[in-house]
Ligand binder design. Structure first.
Ligand SMILES: Nc1ncnc2c1ncn2[C@@H]1O[C@H](COP(=O)(O)OP(=O)(O)OP(=O)(O)O)[C@@H](O)[C@H]1O
Ligand SMILES: [Mg+2]
Length: 404
């Protein structure tokens, strides 16, 4: 191994970041240089490229490594409460503020705060962020004394921040203060030579976790993966590899499987349904199967309702011709009645019951939330759903943390 290669593999191991591409090399060198300092860093890159991985590498290799690393997804916090979440509030400062509450900055004292999707913060909050960056202090909501903290700030954005500044939705002073050190995380389509190594790593990790003997990828499978554009970047590759390993039970992955799992029938149906069902992450076989089952239930229900339309149409014709079909009350939309139809024994009505799409969705949300200990960021990530959408659905379905 030549010196350069040795250096690269040292940095890869040190930070747990894989890649051979020139852009990854220079990213690793920058991380190595700035990690031990207190300088704030802006990480920019598309969704799923590894921004959070970079942020945690920076924290873990700083002198703050044993202190808190607080991750805040600014895009997921409603504008109305973001200030109190970040800076805390005093008792009585607004309706519902029944006691003093510490904000994330205080929680992160001595450590690092990672402000993900910083481009989403409201302009008023940006003023406060600038003050913390410059003076290391802030005022809690409803407070009268500024609080001093020692926090290193790492911010991330998957937007073109310069455009936000031009549109005046992001403050120029804060942008210049943040961007002094910028780490650009390349998209996966710009580093296709890294696909094989990443796919292998994810497959091996997943196999180990799930007790699967993984036999590897064929050359044509690598080629097929390189031909794909990976709009969801490394996260998409990781989810894809994990589901192939789990669902194909470790068999050699061939190009046909790659195509089937990437563009297979389920994929097409779910996108044409415009319904955000999860990509199985393959955390374990049981979970993957459960997710597939829910997906299938949804399909079944859709087919049933289409079928019902056809039956109703025929019934209308039958009625027109003066005949009646027995046991069918077309005013009721339930699957039970469809099950009672003599010639339409598609499904056992007692197994499916009167499942509605929203029940399936709610159940899926509750299960996933519970699996991640109600961590909304992880839940949204695993369901491939925007965090905002998750928050909205939690509210819509009235899901509570202790829901069973
Ligand atoms: N270079 C890499 N080597 C190994 N694993 C990686 C690499 N980059 C990303 N990953 C893995 O890919 C997944 C997505 O990465 P991460 O969550 O850091 O992306 P992100 O840019 O923060 O995404 P988002 O913008 O959606 O928040 C994680 O599981 C991460 O560990
Ligand atoms: Mg992230």
């Amino acid at each position: 191994m030549d010196q350069e290669q040795e250096r690269l593999s040292h940095l890869q191991k040190k930070f747990g970041i894989i890649g051979q591409t020139e852009s990854v090399r220079s990213m690793l060198e920058t991380i190595d240089q700035v990690a031990p300092t207190d300088i704030s860093v802006l990480i920019s890159g598309d969704s799923g490229t590894g921004k959070e991985l970079v942020a945690s590498a920076l924290h873990n290799h700083s002198k703050r490594a044993r202190k808190p690393f607080v991750i805040v997804n600014c895009g997921a916090i409603p504008a109305g409460i973001i200030e109190s979440e970040l800076f805390g509030h005093k008792k009585g400062s607004f309706t519902g503020a029944n006691e003093d509450r510490k904000g994330y900055f205080q929680t992160a004292d001595g450590g690092t705060i990672f402000l993900d999707e910083i481009g989403e913060t409201p302009l008023e909050t940006q003023v406060k962020l600038l003050r913390v960056l410059e003076q290391g202090e802030f005022m809690p909501v409803g407070g009268s004394k500024p609080i001093k903290v020692d926090v290193r700030i790492i911010a991330a954005s998957n937007r073109k921040m310069a455009d936000e500044v031009a549109k005046e939705t992001f403050r120029m002073d804060l942008y210049y203060r943040l961007k002094a050190i910028t780490i650009n995380v390349p998209s996966l389509h710009e580093r296709k030579e890294d696909i094989s190594e990443l796919a292998n790593l994810f497959a091996r990790q997943c196999a180990l976790r799930n007790d699967i003997f993984f036999k590897g990828f064929s050359e044509s499978a690598y080629q097929e993966m390189k031909d794909y554009n990976w709009p969801g970047n490394i996260r998409e590759l990781k989810n894809f590899v994990e589901s192939v390993v789990v669902l194909e039970k470790g068999a050699v992955v061939k190009s046909e499987m790659v195509r089937r799992h990437l563009f297979g029938s389920d994929h097409r149906i779910s996108s044409s349904m415009n319904y955000n069902l999860p990509v199985p992450t393959g955390k374990d076989v049981g979970q993957a199967e459960r997710e597939l089952m829910l997906q299938q239930l949804y399909h079944v229900r859709r087919e049933l309702s289409e079928l019902r339309g056809i039956i109703e149409e025929n019934l209308y014709r039958v009625e027109q011709s003066g005949m009646r079909m027995k046991n069918l009350d077309i005013s009721s939309p339930s699957i039970h009645e469809l099950g009672n139809m003599e010639d339409v024994q598609i499904i056992n009505p007692y197994t499916v019951g009167e499942i509605t799409a929203s029940q399936v969705e709610k159940e899926l949300l509750v299960k996933t939330l519970r699996r991640y200990g109600f961590n909304k960021r992880k839940t949204a990530k695993s369901l491939d759903m925007a965090e905002r959408t998750l928050y909205r659905k939690i509210k819509e379905y009235g899901i509570k943390p202790n829901e069973n």
